[in-house]
Design a protein around this ligand. Sequence first.
Ligand SMILES: NC(=O)c1ccc[n+]([C@@H]2O[C@H](COP(=O)([O-])OP(=O)(O)OC[C@H]3O[C@@H](n4cnc5c(N)ncnc54)[C@H](OP(=O)(O)O)[C@@H]3O)[C@@H](O)[C@H]2O)c1
Length: 276
Amino acid sequence: MEIANICLNTHREMPLLGLGVYKATGENEVEQAICHAVNAGYRLIDTASAYANEDGVGRGIRQCNVPRKDLFVTTKIWNNAQRLGDVEGAFNRSLDRLMTDYVDLYLIHWPVPGCYLQTWKKLEEFYHNGQAKSIGVSNFQIRHLKELESVSDIIPAVNQIEFHPYWYQKELVEYCQSHGIVVQAYAPLARGAYLDDDVICVLATKYCKTPAQIGLRWIVQKGVAVIPKSTQEKRIISNAQLFDFELEPEDMAILDTLNKNYRSASIPEDLRDVSF
Ligand SMILES: NC(=O)c1ccc[n+]([C@@H]2O[C@H](COP(=O)([O-])OP(=O)(O)OC[C@H]3O[C@@H](n4cnc5c(N)ncnc54)[C@H](OP(=O)(O)O)[C@@H]3O)[C@@H](O)[C@H]2O)c1
């Protein structure tokens, strides 16, 4: 199935759907998931140094029979490297593990207080020297984005945040979209939390789709990219079948009302004292 792209403020195209690989650390697990995903039409893989599987991702993207230039690989800098001021070291280690000389998108995983502005300055260097084709952030609130804007001419290409029908971060999404920042939804399935929701199940029947496809479609129809994680071939295929139907405006509005500010992914322990 053809996967639509969205244009980033770097003028690069990013697929609206990608494969998340958090927790895919079993033997050959991430390599196989990437091959299944690429066969199903995925071209974007989302990893992070914190997922401890960049080396597997590196092998997967070599094994999948699609040239590197046609793939979109995202990774992220973890909090400890920011605190140590080891941004360049962390980036180079990620490139080594991924067995590539550039990433398509490099993200600050979390806005570590007192660190993220300096981290951003280093990311700007990777962007200027072409080692990161686009740079962005993750888990940034409006206040963090405003602070970045005050010190940098480079606007993040992407803000990756938790976003799904149970956590409709409307104000943040609207802020990003009105500032040229593409929102990318992590945990777009809320790790399964809404898949048995009565309202979503009724819509799934109406559109002859699965509850997962209804939730993911609501997200992409808001102009937000998605990176559902699965290592199961059937689910990988099914999660990509989002671009052959459209939710009617009244059904979008119904889904808009399901918000519970439900966070499925936890805040890292070293940031528990910070309010997000
Ligand atoms: N930036 C950040 O701070 C951050 C935080 C969290 C996640 N992420 C990224 O976002 C990606 C996605 O988020 P996530 O992994 O936390 O959660 P998710 O994609 O919402 O949910 C993944 C879970 O749902 C299951 N699943 C997948 N497709 C399904 C389907 N069609 N029906 C039923 N269950 C299904 C998966 O199991 P199976 O694998 O067994 O199918 C897995 O247990 C991550 O992998 C990671 O790349 C980023």
